[in-house]
Design a binder for this molecule. Sequence first.
Ligand SMILES: Nc1ncnc2c1ncn2[C@@H]1O[C@H](COP(=O)(O)OP(=O)(O)O)[C@@H](O)[C@H]1O
Ligand SMILES: [Mg+2]
Length: 266
Amino acid sequence: MTAADRPVMIEAEGLTRRYGDAVVVDHLSLRVRAGELVVLLGGSGSGKTTTLKMINRLIEPTAGLVSLDGVDTADLPPHELRRRIGYVFQRIGLFPHMTVGENVAVTPVLLGWAPERIAARVDELLALVELDPEMRERHPQELSGGQQQRVGVARALASEPRVMLLDEPFGALDPVTRERLQQSFLRIRAALDLTTVFVTHDMTEALTLADRIGVMHDGRLLQVGTPSDLLTRPADRYVRRLMDTPRRQAAVIDALAGAATAEAGA
Ligand SMILES: Nc1ncnc2c1ncn2[C@@H]1O[C@H](COP(=O)(O)OP(=O)(O)O)[C@@H](O)[C@H]1O
Ligand SMILES: [Mg+2]
Protein backbone atom coordinates (compact mmCIF):
# COMPACT_ATOMS: atom_id res chain seq x y z
CA MET A 1 0.00 0.00 0.00
CA THR A 2 1.46 3.37 -0.96
CA ALA A 3 1.02 6.46 1.20
CA ALA A 4 -1.63 7.82 -1.18
CA ASP A 5 -3.81 4.74 -0.59
CA ARG A 6 -3.86 5.10 3.16
CA PRO A 7 -6.92 6.56 4.88
CA VAL A 8 -7.17 10.26 5.71
CA MET A 9 -6.40 10.57 9.43
CA ILE A 10 -6.75 14.34 9.91
CA GLU A 11 -9.04 16.42 7.78
CA ALA A 12 -9.50 20.17 8.19
CA GLU A 13 -12.13 21.84 6.08
CA GLY A 14 -12.55 25.61 5.90
CA LEU A 15 -10.89 26.01 9.29
CA THR A 16 -11.14 29.64 10.38
CA ARG A 17 -10.30 31.59 13.53
CA ARG A 18 -11.13 35.23 14.10
CA TYR A 19 -10.26 37.49 17.01
CA GLY A 20 -12.55 40.51 16.66
CA ASP A 21 -11.98 41.74 13.13
CA ALA A 22 -8.68 39.93 12.69
CA VAL A 23 -8.80 36.68 10.73
CA VAL A 24 -5.76 34.79 11.99
CA VAL A 25 -6.56 31.50 10.20
CA ASP A 26 -8.56 31.86 7.01
CA HIS A 27 -10.47 28.93 5.48
CA LEU A 28 -7.68 26.42 5.85
CA SER A 29 -8.28 22.99 4.33
CA LEU A 30 -5.80 20.15 4.69
CA ARG A 31 -5.84 16.36 4.61
CA VAL A 32 -3.17 14.31 6.32
CA ARG A 33 -3.06 10.60 5.57
CA ALA A 34 -2.22 7.89 8.09
CA GLY A 35 1.53 7.72 8.61
CA GLU A 36 2.17 10.98 6.81
CA LEU A 37 4.32 13.83 8.15
CA VAL A 38 3.09 17.26 7.06
CA VAL A 39 5.10 20.33 8.01
CA LEU A 40 3.32 23.68 8.37
CA LEU A 41 5.96 26.22 7.41
CA GLY A 42 5.52 29.95 7.83
CA GLY A 43 6.81 33.09 9.46
CA SER A 44 5.98 34.34 12.92
CA GLY A 45 2.30 35.31 13.20
CA SER A 46 1.23 33.37 10.09
CA GLY A 47 -1.27 31.28 12.11
CA LYS A 48 0.67 28.02 12.59
CA THR A 49 0.08 27.61 16.34
CA THR A 50 -3.58 28.60 16.05
CA THR A 51 -4.07 25.97 13.34
CA LEU A 52 -2.38 23.25 15.37
CA LYS A 53 -4.43 24.11 18.46
CA MET A 54 -7.67 24.03 16.47
CA ILE A 55 -6.83 20.50 15.28
CA ASN A 56 -7.05 19.20 18.86
CA ARG A 57 -9.51 21.89 19.99
CA LEU A 58 -7.27 23.64 22.48
CA ILE A 59 -8.65 26.58 20.47
CA GLU A 60 -12.25 26.46 19.19
CA PRO A 61 -12.55 27.25 15.48
CA THR A 62 -14.76 30.22 14.59
CA ALA A 63 -15.83 28.23 11.54
CA GLY A 64 -14.93 25.03 9.75
CA LEU A 65 -14.54 21.39 10.65
CA VAL A 66 -11.81 19.06 11.81
CA SER A 67 -12.19 15.32 11.70
CA LEU A 68 -9.94 12.70 13.15
CA ASP A 69 -10.04 9.25 11.57
CA GLY A 70 -13.41 10.16 10.07
CA VAL A 71 -14.99 11.49 13.27
CA ASP A 72 -15.83 15.18 13.75
CA THR A 73 -13.64 16.34 16.66
CA ALA A 74 -16.55 18.48 17.89
CA ASP A 75 -18.21 15.15 18.80
CA LEU A 76 -15.20 13.79 20.72
CA PRO A 77 -14.88 14.58 24.44
CA PRO A 78 -11.72 16.57 25.33
CA HIS A 79 -10.11 13.69 27.28
CA GLU A 80 -10.51 11.47 24.23
CA LEU A 81 -8.79 14.08 22.05
CA ARG A 82 -5.95 14.41 24.59
CA ARG A 83 -5.51 10.62 24.57
CA ARG A 84 -5.58 10.23 20.82
CA ILE A 85 -3.45 13.26 19.90
CA GLY A 86 0.00 13.86 21.40
CA TYR A 87 0.99 17.54 21.56
CA VAL A 88 4.46 19.03 21.99
CA PHE A 89 4.22 22.72 22.88
CA GLN A 90 6.24 25.58 21.45
CA ARG A 91 7.75 26.57 24.80
CA ILE A 92 9.30 23.62 26.52
CA GLY A 93 6.54 23.38 29.10
CA LEU A 94 7.74 20.60 31.38
CA PHE A 95 6.48 20.89 34.95
CA PRO A 96 9.56 22.13 36.89
CA HIS A 97 8.50 20.73 40.27
CA MET A 98 7.99 17.22 38.85
CA THR A 99 10.65 14.66 38.01
CA VAL A 100 11.20 13.50 34.46
CA GLY A 101 9.29 10.30 35.22
CA GLU A 102 6.36 12.27 36.66
CA ASN A 103 6.32 14.60 33.68
CA VAL A 104 6.17 11.69 31.24
CA ALA A 105 3.42 10.05 33.32
CA VAL A 106 1.07 13.06 33.41
CA THR A 107 -1.46 11.76 30.90
CA PRO A 108 -1.44 8.09 32.07
CA VAL A 109 -2.07 9.36 35.64
CA LEU A 110 -4.99 11.49 34.40
CA LEU A 111 -6.33 8.46 32.56
CA GLY A 112 -6.17 6.42 35.78
CA TRP A 113 -3.70 3.74 34.68
CA ALA A 114 -2.41 1.33 37.35
CA PRO A 115 0.99 2.33 38.86
CA GLU A 116 2.81 -0.73 37.44
CA ARG A 117 1.53 -0.01 33.96
CA ILE A 118 2.62 3.63 34.28
CA ALA A 119 6.12 2.67 35.51
CA ALA A 120 6.58 0.23 32.65
CA ARG A 121 5.36 2.81 30.13
CA VAL A 122 7.75 5.48 31.45
CA ASP A 123 10.71 3.06 31.07
CA GLU A 124 9.61 2.21 27.56
CA LEU A 125 9.20 5.88 26.58
CA LEU A 126 12.58 6.97 27.96
CA ALA A 127 14.20 4.19 25.92
CA LEU A 128 12.25 5.26 22.84
CA VAL A 129 13.49 8.86 23.06
CA GLU A 130 17.02 7.63 23.88
CA LEU A 131 17.25 8.95 27.43
CA ASP A 132 19.14 7.10 30.13
CA PRO A 133 16.67 5.36 32.51
CA GLU A 134 18.40 7.03 35.49
CA MET A 135 17.12 10.41 34.23
CA ARG A 136 13.63 9.56 35.46
CA GLU A 137 14.43 10.83 38.95
CA ARG A 138 15.91 14.15 37.77
CA HIS A 139 14.09 17.47 37.50
CA PRO A 140 13.83 19.32 34.17
CA GLN A 141 16.33 22.02 35.16
CA GLU A 142 18.96 19.27 35.62
CA LEU A 143 18.71 18.38 31.91
CA SER A 144 20.12 19.99 28.76
CA GLY A 145 17.72 21.67 26.33
CA GLY A 146 17.88 18.68 24.01
CA GLN A 147 17.16 16.24 26.83
CA GLN A 148 14.21 18.37 27.96
CA GLN A 149 12.73 18.24 24.47
CA ARG A 150 13.16 14.46 24.40
CA VAL A 151 11.12 14.37 27.63
CA GLY A 152 8.51 16.59 25.95
CA VAL A 153 8.24 14.11 23.08
CA ALA A 154 8.06 11.14 25.48
CA ARG A 155 5.29 12.86 27.44
CA ALA A 156 3.30 13.50 24.27
CA LEU A 157 3.61 9.82 23.30
CA ALA A 158 2.59 8.44 26.70
CA SER A 159 -0.99 7.49 25.91
CA GLU A 160 -0.02 5.79 22.65
CA PRO A 161 -1.55 8.40 20.34
CA ARG A 162 -1.59 7.67 16.61
CA VAL A 163 -1.45 11.38 15.86
CA MET A 164 1.23 13.86 16.93
CA LEU A 165 1.15 17.64 16.73
CA LEU A 166 4.47 19.38 17.34
CA ASP A 167 4.82 23.16 17.59
CA GLU A 168 8.39 24.27 16.82
CA PRO A 169 9.65 21.58 19.22
CA PHE A 170 13.35 21.99 18.42
CA GLY A 171 13.37 25.75 17.78
CA ALA A 172 15.42 26.70 20.83
CA LEU A 173 18.18 24.13 20.30
CA ASP A 174 21.66 24.49 18.81
CA PRO A 175 21.93 23.18 15.22
CA VAL A 176 23.78 19.94 16.06
CA THR A 177 21.35 18.96 18.86
CA ARG A 178 18.47 19.98 16.68
CA GLU A 179 19.59 17.68 13.85
CA ARG A 180 19.96 14.78 16.30
CA LEU A 181 16.43 15.29 17.60
CA GLN A 182 15.05 15.53 14.08
CA GLN A 183 16.63 12.19 13.21
CA SER A 184 15.33 10.65 16.47
CA PHE A 185 11.86 11.91 15.71
CA LEU A 186 11.91 10.48 12.18
CA ARG A 187 12.91 7.10 13.61
CA ILE A 188 10.14 7.19 16.27
CA ARG A 189 7.57 8.29 13.75
CA ALA A 190 8.45 5.37 11.45
CA ALA A 191 8.54 2.85 14.32
CA LEU A 192 5.12 3.93 15.63
CA ASP A 193 3.56 4.79 12.25
CA LEU A 194 2.58 8.23 13.57
CA THR A 195 0.50 10.69 11.62
CA THR A 196 2.19 14.03 12.25
CA VAL A 197 1.68 17.75 11.79
CA PHE A 198 4.94 19.52 12.57
CA VAL A 199 5.13 23.32 12.77
CA THR A 200 8.31 25.21 12.05
CA HIS A 201 9.53 28.49 10.57
CA ASP A 202 12.79 26.79 9.55
CA MET A 203 13.04 25.88 5.89
CA THR A 204 15.88 23.37 6.31
CA GLU A 205 13.94 21.61 9.04
CA ALA A 206 10.86 21.48 6.80
CA LEU A 207 12.84 20.04 3.88
CA THR A 208 14.51 17.48 6.17
CA LEU A 209 11.35 16.15 7.79
CA ALA A 210 8.38 16.61 5.53
CA ASP A 211 6.53 14.21 3.28
CA ARG A 212 4.58 17.33 2.32
CA ILE A 213 4.97 20.97 3.30
CA GLY A 214 2.10 23.43 3.72
CA VAL A 215 3.24 27.04 3.41
CA MET A 216 1.33 29.49 5.61
CA HIS A 217 1.27 33.27 5.25
CA ASP A 218 -1.15 35.74 6.89
CA GLY A 219 -3.45 32.97 8.08
CA ARG A 220 -3.75 31.34 4.69
CA LEU A 221 -2.37 28.05 3.47
CA LEU A 222 -0.77 29.15 0.21
CA GLN A 223 0.36 25.80 -1.16
CA VAL A 224 0.71 22.20 -0.02
CA GLY A 225 3.08 19.84 -1.79
CA THR A 226 6.12 17.62 -1.52
CA PRO A 227 9.41 19.44 -0.94
CA SER A 228 10.34 18.87 -4.58
CA ASP A 229 6.91 20.16 -5.78
CA LEU A 230 7.44 23.37 -3.86
CA LEU A 231 11.04 23.76 -5.01
CA THR A 232 10.24 23.18 -8.68
CA ARG A 233 6.67 24.48 -8.95
CA PRO A 234 6.05 27.23 -6.40
CA ALA A 235 2.45 28.40 -6.79
CA ASP A 236 3.03 32.04 -5.92
CA ARG A 237 5.66 34.69 -5.26
CA TYR A 238 5.82 34.21 -1.50
CA VAL A 239 6.39 30.47 -1.86
CA ARG A 240 8.99 31.06 -4.56
CA ARG A 241 10.90 33.56 -2.40
CA LEU A 242 10.75 31.23 0.57
CA MET A 243 11.92 28.22 -1.42
CA ASP A 244 14.84 30.25 -2.78
CA THR A 245 16.31 30.88 0.69
CA PRO A 246 18.25 27.58 0.97
CA ARG A 247 19.73 28.16 -2.50
CA ARG A 248 20.82 31.68 -1.55
CA GLN A 249 22.37 30.37 1.68
CA ALA A 250 24.12 27.57 -0.21
CA ALA A 251 25.49 30.14 -2.67
CA VAL A 252 26.94 32.17 0.23
CA ILE A 253 28.57 29.03 1.67
CA ASP A 254 29.92 27.99 -1.73
CA ALA A 255 31.41 31.44 -2.23
CA LEU A 256 33.07 31.35 1.21
CA ALA A 257 34.39 27.83 0.63
CA GLY A 258 35.64 28.84 -2.82
CA ALA A 259 37.45 31.85 -1.35
CA ALA A 260 39.01 29.63 1.33
CA THR A 261 40.18 27.11 -1.30
CA ALA A 262 41.65 29.89 -3.41
CA GLU A 263 43.51 31.29 -0.37
CA ALA A 264 44.83 27.85 0.57
CA GLY A 265 46.04 27.36 -3.01
CA ALA A 266 47.73 30.77 -3.19
N1 LIG B 1 -5.75 35.08 21.77
C1 LIG B 1 -5.47 35.89 20.74
N2 LIG B 1 -6.08 37.10 20.59
C2 LIG B 1 -5.81 37.90 19.55
N3 LIG B 1 -4.93 37.60 18.57
C3 LIG B 1 -4.29 36.44 18.65
C4 LIG B 1 -4.51 35.52 19.73
N4 LIG B 1 -3.72 34.43 19.54
C5 LIG B 1 -3.04 34.66 18.40
N5 LIG B 1 -3.37 35.87 17.87
C6 LIG B 1 -2.81 36.45 16.63
O1 LIG B 1 -3.01 35.53 15.60
C7 LIG B 1 -1.91 35.56 14.69
C8 LIG B 1 -1.38 34.15 14.48
O2 LIG B 1 -0.81 33.70 15.69
P1 LIG B 1 -0.12 32.27 15.81
O3 LIG B 1 -1.07 31.24 15.37
O4 LIG B 1 0.42 32.15 17.19
O5 LIG B 1 1.06 32.40 14.74
P2 LIG B 1 2.41 31.57 14.58
O6 LIG B 1 2.34 30.36 15.44
O7 LIG B 1 2.48 31.27 13.11
O8 LIG B 1 3.53 32.50 14.99
C9 LIG B 1 -0.90 36.52 15.26
O9 LIG B 1 -1.03 37.76 14.60
C10 LIG B 1 -1.32 36.65 16.71
O10 LIG B 1 -0.99 37.89 17.23
MG1 LIG C 1 3.58 29.73 16.98
